[in-house]
Design a protein around this ligand. Sequence first.
Ligand SMILES: Nc1ncnc2c1ncn2[C@@H]1O[C@H](COP(=O)(O)OP(=O)(O)OP(=O)(O)O)[C@@H](O)[C@H]1O
Ligand SMILES: [Mg+2]
Length: 305
Amino acid sequence: MRTITLCSGKGGVGKTLLATSLGRIIQRQEKCNVLLVDLDLSVRGLTLLAFQNKYELDRLPFSLTDYFYLEDEDQPALLHDLHKGLAQNNSNAEESQETTAQATAGPSPYERLDGLFILPSSTESERPDWTPLHHLELNETIDKLGKLYEFATSSLHVDYVIFDTQAGLGSLSLAATTLSDMNLIVLEEDDISWRTALNALMEISALNKRLQQKSHSYFLANKVSSSMLDTADKLKAFSFLPPIPFDAWVQKLFAHATTAVLEKDFEQSDFFKQVESRVWQELAVILGARQRTTGNGPRSSWWRG
Ligand SMILES: Nc1ncnc2c1ncn2[C@@H]1O[C@H](COP(=O)(O)OP(=O)(O)OP(=O)(O)O)[C@@H](O)[C@H]1O
Ligand SMILES: [Mg+2]
């Protein structure tokens, strides 16, 4: 199993769009189950993208917000519901008497496309009383997320887990990086984005050092203008994955309906094709899922902590 975390210093750089696209690409190319997790409890872009039908969302038994809000004694019931939802009608589910007994008819409500499972941050489509979880303590969050990760990946046979996080690297995002093989720090072509991306790299590095863990971190420049593409390509030598150009069609599409990202047509966008043919090709080699076919062997990242 491989785990990827998408994070950023600045918001709106394309993490959610990239997480979803990568999930679709990996599922299709590797013919495996992919679990996407919405760790952005505040904006919850992935949740809104995947569950636009209000009733569908409201009847889901599990959300990350519930999990992090609830007292410890309420957790077993919630995890039980999650297990039930993920294992439902899934032939790859780990064989256990419990699974068989609890499985009910119909596909898992978390399976949004074939083999693509999405865990929502919130089960409520509207939250007027919404209070974001600003004060999650880091060590506690690492423990809790680790427990959830183990639980989810033992309820369902998953080959890839992708965490979509909130901009700015709060405790949940940092906790995700401790479970990750690969952190993708997404940035745009502006000064604030670059600077905060560097800060993010330093924070992840310091945490990995403290916990004596190893994960790769790569920068991924998105929405790059054509005049900058060549420069961004040259940065490949410095732990930059191939850059993704600005795609006006995608921007327009997102302005109308984010669910379009899960539809077939989306595969025809330049954005999707670039992520598939360039970013995933490179990532797959770094993650050891593929062998390099051209070039001089795998690049090493200049940060590995
Ligand atoms: N390469 C691209 N070309 C054009 N528009 C893009 C591109 N990548 C992302 N966008 C647009 O940028 C906006 C933000 O994307 P997205 O929600 O994925 O960013 P995010 O980093 O997840 O944001 P947040 O920090 O709020 O969670 C969306 O309108 C999306 O369509
Ligand atoms: Mg987002």
